[in-house]
Design a protein around this ligand. Structure first.
Ligand code: PEP
Ligand code: MG
Length: 475
């Protein structure tokens, strides 16, 4: 699909502005939270807390007593946090973290930072950028965009995945030199607009068609457009762009909503894939020479169990509460399919199983446990990994970069980064064979599943499901 429109040049500094008063910062944070609350119950709860007159009164009191705006904010925060921490109820005590998060946003907004506020862009424009980072995507108003033209990155970089999920055509590796604001530019995205036809071909060959999602809205719209479940629910949105880590209750609330939206169809919930190009403001990572070969996915999770365990507990809580409501959804196995990213050894699966059984010895009634196949080690040892897994899903975005030793975000080695290359094809064959020998299902959730040129190949290879980056509503 080719689209054109006026260029809007992306400047990261566009998200910065002058220092704001408390009232201005309050209004900005309120409007950000109202937007986010539509798709995320956690932010809906934050909005309620922000609107509680107690919060404003506490800050005003500090200002009136002569404190500087920043000290008034800290004093109000400390007072309210102390109040929550003194409550004799575990759930309410945990709300102190939410209070810190809200005050963190207010402080950032007063300092002139965006606090997640979106950059204003003219409707129908083509966003032109040298490079877009995962954290930039929170600042982009995708609804306003006609398309994205980006110099750095590949078709599986995270910004591409997010843009496609929002239905925005994107072209990477583009020559953007000399483009000025307002110039008419074109975006050529071969993957955009073909997903329903991939879905029909896959279904006609007996494959299940799932959708990829990175928030609740994408789950709902994918299911409404005919997906038979969610093939990967990327949960990083819960961890990024905030100042404190999500609690067990926050995880549980989101996963419960997601399971209810799926109404008994599979929800493949990927545990946090932090590291690589995604890090956390509240848990600064040590710089690594090779972050994509370093602490990411399950490696990061096992090292930072204080962040990982609340996610596992939240998943178990959500499945437990949905099971009480709808035992019939669990009769042929749980619809909650937990999937671990970046696995390279069978021991890693056993470690997650051990963690799960320490939280609930009978966790098997609440979830199936599978792994992403995205490292060469996982492919070469697939029979051993299949013996410990309930299912496989192939992440061709990473698998291609690791097999070809070509960074998925580096346009200079884009000629090597090719999911159709024979070594990647061989890896797919080995994976499908190992899964089927062990009688477990194997799907594909990388962007290759959404490429119309791959559909015939993936059907012939014997995959059981395709998870598409998005499904357009059937007209
Ligand atoms: C993949 O690697 O193919 C995948 C689905 O995961 P992500 O793109 O989030 O790394
Ligand atoms: Mg991956």
């Amino acid at each position: 699909m080719i689209v054109s429109g006026p260029a809007f040049i992306w400047r990261r500094s566009a998200s910065q502005s002058a220092v704001r008063s408390f009232d201005e910062a309050f209004a900005l944070v309120r409007s950000d939270l109202s937007l986010q609350a539509e798709s995320n119950p956690v932010f809906a709860a934050h909005l309620e807390m922000l609107d509680d007159p107690m919060l404003r009164d506490a800050v005003q009191e500090g200002l009136q007593s002569g404190l500087s705006p920043s000290d008034a904010l800290d004093a109000a925060r400390d007072g309210i946090v102390a109040m929550f921490e003194g409550i004799d109820d575990e759930y309410l005590r945990a709300r102190a973290d939410d209070v810190r998060d809200i005050f963190g946003r207010l402080r950032a907004a007063m300092a002139g930072e965006s606090s997640g506020g979106q950059v204003q862009m003219p409707g129908g424009c083509i966003l032109v950028a040298e490079e877009l980072l995962p954290s930039d995507t929170a600042l982009i108003d995708f609804k306003a965009l006609g398309g994205i033209l980006c110099h750095k990155g590949s078709s599986t970089s995270h910004v591409c995945i997010i843009a496609r999920a929002k239905g925005v055509p994107i072209q990477v590796g583009a020559d953007i030199s000399g483009i000025k604001d307002g110039d008419t530019v074109q975006v050529d995205d071969p993957l955009s607009g073909s997903l329903q036809s991939i879905a029909s071909r896959a279904r006609a060959s007996g494959l299940k068609v799932y959708v990829n999602a990175a928030n609740l809205d994408e789950i709902r719209s994918g299911l409404a457009a005919g997906a038979e479940g969610v093939g990967i629910f990327r949960t990083e949105f819960l961890f990024l762009n905030r100042s404190s880590m999500p609690s067990r209750e926050e995880h549980a609330a989101i996963y419960r909503e997601a399971l209810l939206a799926c109404a008994g169809s599979p929800l493949t919930l990927r545990t946090m894939d932090i590291g690589g190009d995604k890090d956390l403001p509240y848990l600064p990572l040590t710089a690594e020479d090779n972050p994509f070969l370093g602490l990411r996915g399950i490696r990061f999770s096992m090292l930072h169990q204080d962040v990982f365990i609340p996610q596992l507990q939240g998943a178990l809580d959500a499945a437990g509460s949905v099971r009480e409501l709808h035992p019939e959804w669990f009769e042929e196995g749980s619809p909650l399919h937990l999937i671990i990213p970046m696995v390279s050894k069978a021991e890693e699966i056993l470690q997650v199983r051990a963690l799960l059984s320490s939280l609930d010895p009978d966790y098997g009634r609440l979830l199936e446990l599978g792994i992403m196949i995205e490292t060469p080690a996982a492919v070469l040892d697939a029979p051993a990994l299949a013996a410990e897994s309930d299912f496989f899903s192939v992440g061709t975005n990473d698998l291609t970069q690791y097999i070809m030793a070509a960074d998925r975000g580096n346009a200079s080695v884009g000629y090597l980064y090719d999911s159709f290359a024979p070594p990647v094809r061989r890896a797919l064959e080995l994976t499908v064979r190992a899964a089927h020998d062990a009688t477990i299902p194997v799907g594909i959730c990388g962007e290759m599943a959404s490429d119309p040129r791959a559909t015939g190949i993936l059907i012939d290879l014997g995959f059981d499901s395709l998870s598409l980056s998005r499904l357009e509503p059937i007209q």
